[in-house]
Design a protein around this ligand. Structure first.
Ligand SMILES: [Zn+2]
Length: 103
């Protein structure tokens, strides 16, 4: 397994997504929900060092709000544990089903 694939794997693992075995020709990997195994997307291995982490980081708010990731909510739960403070801000921004806005 190449270094970049390992980096991609770690980046997605942080938000509750795991890499499947390489799809055709080993240039694309399926992204599977670490909670229920459902496929949630694809990622290519032509990324540059640091990019995978950056992509996942940019998507954090969407995972947190449940706008991206699996319908089972695993990424939403995982991001909450990963960064509770940022997670709360994401709920406010995207109007997720939260413990309510402060009033
Ligand atoms: Zn799932």
């Amino acid at each position: 397994m190449s270094e970049i694939v390992e980096e991609i794997r770690e980046a997605y693992q942080a938000v509750g997504i795991r890499l499947d075995q390489p799809a055709a020709y080993g240039t694309y990997y399926r992204l599977l929900c670490a909670g229920c195994g459902r496929m949630v997307g694809n990622v290519g291995d032509r990324l540059l060092p640091g990019m995978a982490r950056q992509i996942v980081d940019e998507q954090f708010d969407l995972y947190a709000a449940g706008l991206l990731g699996c319908a089972c909510g695993h990424q939403r739960d995982t991001t909450q544990r990963l960064n509770p403070e940022r997670w709360r801000r994401s709920q406010a921004r995207y109007g997720g089903l939260t413990e309510g806005a402060q009033s």
